[in-house]
Ligand binder design. Structure first.
Ligand SMILES: Cc1cc2nc3c(=O)[nH]c(=O)nc-3n(C[C@H](O)[C@H](O)[C@H](O)COP(=O)(O)OP(=O)(O)OC[C@H]3O[C@@H](n4cnc5c(N)ncnc54)[C@H](O)[C@@H]3O)c2cc1C
Ligand code: FES
Length: 269
């Protein structure tokens, strides 16, 4: 377990109720796309438990690691995180969980990312790595409205195709991001060009489930980064289990240790 104390380097509020926080840790940490940390302000009595957050950006300078998180201010845990100030100390447990493996992508020509809401921060590092590996990447971002789109400036700087969909049509296509994905796949496959792709998804469960079904329909391997309520974050409390059904067997697996990234076709949604 990698527990340490981090300090708040920057904190900003934006959109409807979002907060971006940059923490500094006085050591080098190796963090992979899709991993997460458990966070809580030092000295906070309530809530008792740390909250899970996906890494958004990571950089290392002179033995220090800088990590950014973006979160929606939802309940008590995220409220206390959002009320911190530069210099405040944070209990930091991480990196935790299995990453999005870019390995299968090395054998493929294109990759597709489908993300929505506060699932979006979890895929920026993945998108950056896919682009670095020179894999043609198409990104679909969905949100309720323009005010709920997170990380747009960072995603739009990538050498990737970017499609936006909002429920109210305030920006991009009007409707669910999964409709945009399906239209894209129909059009691309009609062109009869070789299309050897993999899908990565993170966001609301219904969006991931629909993405998983589209993946199956078009015979594309799909990986989903699941969210679960977490108490410990490192496999002890068994509070975060999901049902997974592979060809061999069916089992309950811990999102914090065996996940959060799973083969979407094996998840019992
Ligand atoms: C691996 C992982 C990565 C995550 N990354 C991010 C991230 O990058 N940004 C972000 O904003 N959030 C992220 N989350 C979700 C975040 O951990 C929860 O939203 C957070 O714990 C809420 O804490 P809270 O005290 O503010 O809300 P609480 O008071 O605990 O809950 C408020 C409401 O939200 C519901 N809720 C809380 N957590 C979850 C959950 N995990 N799934 C479904 N419903 C929930 C509760 O039932 C309640 O109705 C991640 C979760 C996981 C497991
Ligand atoms: S959160 Fe405790 S086992 Fe996953």
């Amino acid at each position: 377990m990698k527990e340490t104390i981090a300090r708040v380097k920057e904190i900003k509020h934006f959109g409807r109720s979002y907060c971006q926080i940059k923490l500094v840790i006085d050591k080098e940490l190796k963090i992979e796309p899709g991993q997460f940390a458990m966070l809580k302000p030092v000295g906070a009595f309530e809530p008792l438990l740390r909250r899970a957050m996906a890494f958004y950006q990571v950089s290392t300078i002179k033995n220090q690691t800088f990590v950014d998180f973006i979160f929606n201010i939802l309940g008590r845990g995220t409220q206390v995180l959002a009320q911190m100030h530069v210099g405040d100390k944070v209990e930091f447990l991480g990196p935790l969980g299995k990453n999005f493996s870019v390995l299968p992508a090395k054998t493929i020509q294109n990759a597709i990312i489908v993300a929505g809401g506060v699932g979006t921060p979890a895929v920026l590092m993945l998108a950056q790595e896919l682009c670095k590996e020179k894999i043609e990447t198409t990104i679909f971002l969905g949100a309720r409205s323009e005010a709920d789109l997170v990380g747009m400036e960072d995603f739009s700087q990538l050498p990737a195709k970017l499609f936006i969909a909002t429920d109210d049509g305030s920006v991009g296509d009007k409707g669910f991001v999964t409709n945009s994905l399906e239209n894209f796949l129909k059009q691309t496959l009609e062109q009869n060009k070789p299309f050897n792709s993999v899908i990565y998804t993170c966001g609301p469960e219904i969006m991931m489930e629909t993405t998983a079904k589209i993946g199956l329909k078009y015979n594309l391997k799909t990986y989903a980064s699941l969210e679960a309520r977490m108490a410990c974050g490192f496999g002890v409390c068994v509070g975060c289990v999901v049902e997974i059904e592979s060809k061999q067997d069916s089992s309950y697996q811990r999102v914090c240790v065996e996940g959060p990234v799973f083969d979407a076709s094996e998840v019992i949604w």
